[in-house]
Design a protein around this ligand. Sequence first.
Ligand SMILES: Cc1ncc(COP(=O)(O)OP(=O)(O)O)c(N)n1
Ligand SMILES: Cc1ncsc1CCOP(=O)(O)O
Ligand SMILES: [Mg+2]
Length: 209
Amino acid sequence: MKEFQLQGLYAITDSTLMPDTETMLYQVENALRGGASIIQYRDKSDNYPQRLAQAKALADLCHQFQRPLLINDDIELAKASNADGVHLGQSDGNIRQARDYLGSAAIIGNTCHSSLTLAVKACQQSADYVAFGAFFRSSTKPDATPAPIHLLSEARSTLPVPVVAIGGINMDNAGQVISAGADMIAVIHSLFASDDICAQAGQFDSLFD
Ligand SMILES: Cc1ncc(COP(=O)(O)OP(=O)(O)O)c(N)n1
Ligand SMILES: Cc1ncsc1CCOP(=O)(O)O
Ligand SMILES: [Mg+2]
């Protein structure tokens, strides 16, 4: 039995919007106060000491709110920082190896772009959720593979795990992906570039009531 519920607002950190550790922790705390269900630490730098320190600090913060921290791309960092799991893209490593390394309680997510075939494979390999997108134009990742919204209803009705929608999600379009079947909405820019991150997280969270 997994410890955390995989539903609601999935907030992902951004090293441009959060240029230092203090800012990152302040912004993530506001997202958690507003109701974010899951946090992902996404940092593409090669500064391992900083990545480890930030991931550990985020894990402590998330656990104060009884929320899980997932690490993007990096299973070793997930284990070293006491995070609750990892998010792997198609080129970020093998799901079964991640499961062996992190254990049965870990949350493992997988990017499936716009492919149900990849999602079925991810489930067979023990993924706890699958992510599709980008559903809308993303300023954070402009080159992300586009995905059609109808994919979400097919995914929801055929897959045994929760479904995440990502890519350019904001308050004007979040309702569309949730109505179509998304169990979680993964958001960077429209959450963390907001003037009031706590209130913005609360608005996203209220869509799941
Ligand atoms: C929840 C969630 N969904 C998708 C992604 C994208 O993962 P990936 O394709 O590996 O791309 P990067 O984020 O590593 O650039 C994600 N991180 N989180
Ligand atoms: C990591 C990622 N993968 C597909 S789109 C995306 C970025 C999502 O960020 P935003 O919510 O700012 O579009
Ligand atoms: Mg990745």
